[in-house]
Design a protein around this ligand. Structure first.
Ligand code: C2E
Ligand code: MG
Ligand code: MG
Length: 753
């Protein structure tokens, strides 16, 4: 589910990222297109201004020269055409006209070009004449010569008389071709055009081939720009702008369709009412754009590629950090196996994904791992765990199987199998491999307790399955050596019962249901009570009284024994005070000290505080420490015994003979009393048994200890022990453990005796 959300998020991110890259490149493209368009317009304008300067120079200068000549004629008071006619030819040469002419106000003109006969021509209807007659300088459009119909342009200026009145018109004729050629300047590699228009939009000349043929009357081609624009659709705006510019005598740009879309700059030339139109077809822009757009595309491509690389890097980094975090979250750093969190996460889904096979949750636990740690040290203990982890990992045979490291020496696996036999063979193989592990030159012998839960119900939670495998593991722990147990309902019932027992012991402790019974200890010679052993009994709410068999070992494992021991000591104190009140003889009472006390010095003080509370002197209390507790740590035990002595207690070594301690090590431990275990007393009557018992008594005495025998049931045993100088006797022969009131009676009786 989390993964799905993550993938969705990632897809959204990629889409947004791509959209952003596309948006940025589009905006960038549009921006550069706009820039290029502006640039083109500026260069059109520049071109146009350059050409206007040229026009002004060429044509304006010509008019000026002509005008100067006209003034000279005025100064010379030349007022008849005939008088200047002879000079016209010369003037034409000087001023580079094809011909020159002069006309009076009636429109009758003389021209220099007449070779044989001087002819008068009527130019009264010519536009240039009209203009100059009205006092203006003028350059005509392309016209046909009145004489020979050749194509010409005419530059004309007025001639004024002394009063400043126009008296005639001086004019120079140029071949139209000169005019046309001066505009044939190629722009934009010949793709652009320049042409002149007048304020009506009539095209005078220019580089427009087809229009020129119209001008030269070779075709019917329209020579008016407005008319041309009307021929094509979408020119409304262009027409409007054009007429506005012409009207307001301003320069400006239009985008028009004249046999193809084009950008045009319209600028006044200040020659006649002429305007220069400089045109660049749209494809010129496109070509420019194309070049730049290639560059942009390459740049865009690079950006996109860079963006994609960055995206891939981001995703890879994300995945890496995800993996790293997953590693931290799901991998046990100590063994490199999965941890319980990951195992739990995948447990049920992996089982669901494997069909046609049985699944088992198997817990592996190293027996007595604590001891291995103590013997070989923590460092080797850790190495050992790592070796076991890699051996266990080798047992994983398919993708969906998993191995995890749990707490301390616990591992768990999810296996798939076809038959139980197959599973067992697999587990046995692992157990064989783990039997002896070599670790830094130590060959360590190991055994494992293995609990197997065959997954039956996928409705169960992982916790439940793990708990079941754990129940099986606990069962397997009961046997020695490597072994495995299957979870079963019976085991579960035991577990449930144990849980119940735990709860009710806790409740019993709270309600002080644990009381002391007393088994008297007798002087072997006088047969008088010289003391007693307090033995715990559980007075349950339902009226039953339970012996230690039902709760001591369990309480030890459940960590409840110290509370019980304290309750018993308290009860002993209470009873001793009662006996004291009743004037009964003061006897020494021994209490059994669980091994849990031996690992915790402070807990001994808790016992002393109870004695202090009831004002019982510790010299009347003996502490019984069982021999099997000696295995743990002799040094610690020695400290505890010294401390007990310091607090005034006597210390008794209980169950001597069942453990494996030697008398030598016991000598170091300063016990006051040695209690021979019932198992030795039972051997009395056999030669060997009697020999050993005799030997223990002698040696114990030599080591300075008083000797007590427990579990004495027969007269024969008693006589033998007495003869061997055993000091005290405890056992059914004299008395079973008694509840406090009965023991009290016994004490009273013994007083009477
Ligand atoms: P233990 O300290 O060795 O106590 C002697 C056990 O032997 C007692 O069993 C007692 O009833 C039994 N016994 C005594 N004489 C004879 C005999 O002649 N024949 C037979 N068959 N048994 C005899 P009990 O009371 O069932 O206690 C069992 C063990 O439980 C004790 O062994 C002691 O280790 C432990 N225990 C009892 N009370 C306490 C306690 O308050 N605290 C702790 N930590 N352990 C206790
Ligand atoms: Mg005892
Ligand atoms: Mg005992």
């Amino acid at each position: 589910m989390v993964l799905e959300i993550k993938t969705k998020k990632r897809i959204y991110f990629i889409i947004c990222y791509i959209m952003l890259v596309v948006l940025i490149t589009t905006i960038f493209r549009q921006y550069t297109n706009q820039k290029i368009e502006n640039q083109l317009m500026t260069s059109l304008e520049d071109l146009s201004q350059q050409n206007i300067l040229l026009i002004q120079n060429r044509m304006g200068d010509k008019l000026k020269e002509l005008s100067n000549l006209a003034k000279k004629l005025e100064q010379n008071e030349v007022c008849t055409c005939e008088e200047v006619y002879d000079d016209l030819e010369e003037f034409a040469d000087v001023f580079e006209f094809k011909e020159m002419g002069i006309a009076l106000l009636d429109g009758m003109a003389y021209m220099s070009g007449d070779k044989e006969e001087i002819t008068k021509y009527d130019i009264s209807d010519r536009e240039y004449f009209q203009y100059s007659k009205n006092g203006k300088q003028y350059i005509s459009k392309i016209l046909r010569h009145v004489r020979d119909q050749s194509l010409i342009n005419v530059y004309s200026v007025p001639i004024q008389d002394k009063q400043g009145e126009v008296a005639g018109v001086l004019f120079g004729i140029k071949e139209a071709n000169d005019f046309i050629q001066s505009f044939k300047v190629p722009i934009f590699n010949g793709k652009g055009d320049t042409y002149l228009i007048d304020s009506n939009g009539d095209i005078m000349t220019g580089t427009l081939g087809n229009v020129m043929s119209g001008i030269l009357n070779e075709t019917d081609e329209t020579t008016n720009l407005f008319e041309r624009l009307n021929k094509y659709s979408g020119n409304q705006k262009a027409t409007k702008t054009l007429s506005q510019l012409l009207k307001e005598n301003k320069s400006g740009s239009i985008y028009m369709n004249d046999n193809g879309y084009q950008y045009a700059n319209i600028s006044p030339t200040n020659v006649n009412d002429w305007w220069l139109v400089t045109v660049a077809p749209k494809n010129v822009l496109q070509e420019r754009v194309k070049e730049i757009s290639y560059a942009i595309q390459i740049l865009g491509g690079c950006i996109a590629l860079g963006a994609i690389i960055i995206l891939i890097l981001i995703i890879r980094m994300q995945k890496k950090s995800e993996k790293y975090l997953q590693g931290i979250a799901y991998i046990d750093q100590f063994t490199n196996l999965y941890n319980k969190v990951y195992f739990e996460k995948k447990f049920l889904s992996n089982i669901k994904e494997v069909s046609g096979k049985q699944a088992a949750l198997v817990i592996f636990n190293i027996r007595r791992f604590k001891m291995i740690n103590e013997i070989y040290g923590e460092h080797i203990g850790n190495e050992l765990l790592r070796s076991i982890a890699s051996l266990l990992q080798e047992s994983i045979t398919s993708e969906k199987e998993m191995m995890m490291h749990g707490h301390a020496d616990e591992f768990a696996a999810l296996y798939f199998y076809d038959t139980k036999r197959e599973l067992e063979e697999r587990i046995n193989e692992i157990l064989e491999k783990i039997e002896i592990i070599e670790c830094e030159n130590n060959k360590i012998k190991l055994s494992m307790a293995v609990g197997i839960y065959e997954v039956q119900n996928l409705e169960y939670s992982f916790e439940k399955a793990y708990n079941y495998a754990n129940i099986a593991k606990k069962d397997s722990k009961k046997s020695s050596g490597s072994s495995f147990s299957y979870y079963s309902k019976e085991l579960r019932d035991i577990e449930i019962n144990q849980k119940k027992l735990n709860d009710s012991i806790r409740e019993g402790i709270k309600k002080k249901e644990f009381k002391a019974w007393f088994q008297p200890k007798f002087n072997a010679y006088t047969q008088k009570i010289i003391g007693a052993e307090a033995l715990a009994r559980w007075y349950k709410e339902d009226g039953t009284v339970l012996s230690p068999f039902h709760f001591i070992e369990f309480s030890e494992q459940a960590g409840l024994i110290q509370d019980i021991d304290q309750l018993i000591i308290e009860d002993v104190c209470i009873k001793m005070n009662e006996w004291k009140k009743q004037g009964l003889p003061y006897i020494t009472v021994s209490v059994n000290l669980s091994r849990a006390y031996l690992n915790n010095v402070n807990s001994i003080y808790a016992l002393k505080r109870i004695l202090d509370k009831y004002e019982i002197s510790s010299e009347y209390i003996q502490m019984e420490i069982t021999e099997s507790a000696l295995v743990d740590s002799e040094e610690e035990l020695s400290n505890i015994i010294d401390m007990l002595h310091l607090l005034g207690f006597k210390v008794l070594l209980d169950d001597f003979g069942v453990g494996y301690s030697s008398l030598i090590s016991i000598n170091n431990l300063n016990f006051d009393v040695l209690k021979i275990d019932k198992s030795f007393i039972d051997t009395i009557g056999t030669e060997k048994g009697e020999y050993i018992t005799k030997y223990i008594i002698e040696l114990g005495k030599k080591l300075g200890m008083d000797i007590i025998a427990e579990g004495v049931e027969t007269e024969e045993e008693y006589i033998f022990l007495k003869n061997q100088k055993c000091d005290m006797i405890q056992g059914y022969y004299f008395s079973k453990p008694l509840e406090a009131s009965k023991f009290e009676e016994l004490l009273k009786e013994s007083q009477i005796k």
